[in-house]
Write a protein that binds this ligand. Structure first.
Ligand code: ADP
Ligand code: MG
Length: 253
């Protein structure tokens, strides 16, 4: 089983009368429990790819499977329901609601879930705030928290729906290096403890170095795939010619 499978996906945007080809013929499949980085320069298509995987947007053509279910051609309501049950999101700018406390922010996505009781909501809020080390900050509003603490709240919020996939779009881009590293380490710890799939985008080499798998995108196309064992990457460059495998290429080359 794959947690995400993408087959020949294209995504075009219309900008006035200009067509922007944001993704071109993307085919990928990820196993459950991966800790995977989508790397590439600004404008390469990382956010577009995450939005498609997260069912926030739909491809122009091609098919996407989440937990082996074809999500192509579903209605907006069906996609919203799938999203609420399956996917947790973490954003570069944290996207917390400023008028809500940390606990209320974590609880928020669960309010849309009729099948989760109030007691269960409270249990999850307490549990996941504790996991991210913020038990003492439950009543704090976002503006009473540091950037790193805000991102921890966002991680707890993403986990509270018990997602099979957490998608994080440049989760460390607004954090200093040390805090970013702590956030990555926390995500990895959760990945290891719960086997939650994490897919995150980044253009930071130090963040890429923390991933176990790597998809490199350039100009809307996959330019390399990487698998890390111990501290070394095996990179298959130019995915179309899979014979070109640069063994033991270091991540920061
Ligand atoms: P990244 O996240 O890697 O910076 P994006 O996925 O945001 O890249 O963008 C990929 C390409 O698609 C860029 O050329 C960008 O300008 C374009 N693009 C992204 N979103 C839109 C949109 N809503 N309308 C038009 N063009 C867009
Ligand atoms: Mg982006």
């Amino acid at each position: 089983m794959s947690v995400v499978r993408i087959e020949h996906v294209y995504k075009d945007y219309l900008l006035g009368d200009q067509k922007v080809q944001a993704l071109k013929d993307i085919t990928l499949s990820f196993d459950p429990g991966v800790f995977l980085a989508i790397a590439g320069p600004s404008g390469s298509g990382k956010t577009t790819l995450l939005n498609l995987i997260g069912c926030i947007d739909t491809p122009t053509s091609g098919r996407i499977f989440i937990n082996d279910q074809d999500v192509s051609g579903r209605t907006a309501d069906e996609l919203a329901d799938l999203r609420n049950r399956t996917i947790g999101f973490i954003f570069q700018t944290f996207n917390l609601l400023p008028v809500l406390s940390a606990a209320e922010n974590v609880e928020y996505p669960l309010l849309q879930r009729a099948d989760v009781t109030k007691e269960e909501r409270q249990r999850r809020v307490e549990y996941f705030l504790d996991i991210v080390g913020l038990a003492k900050f439950a009543d704090h509003r976002p503006n009473q928290l540091s950037g790193g603490q805000r991102q921890r709240v966002a991680i707890a919020r993403a986990l509270a729906v018990l997602p099979s996939i957490v998608l994080a779009d440049e989760p460390t881009a607004n954090l200093d290096h040390k805090t970013g590293e702590e956030i990555l380490n926390l995500m990895k710890k959760i990945n290891r403890s719960f086997n939650t799939t994490f897919i995150f985008s980044t253009h930071d080499k130090r963040v890429i170095a923390k991933a176990d798998r790597l998809v490199r995108v350039d100009d809307g196309e996959i330019s390399a795939l990487g698998v890390r064992s111990e501290s070394r990457w095996s990179l298959a460059r130019n995915r179309r010619s899979t014979d070109v495998v640069a063994q033991n290429q270091q991540a920061n080359n």
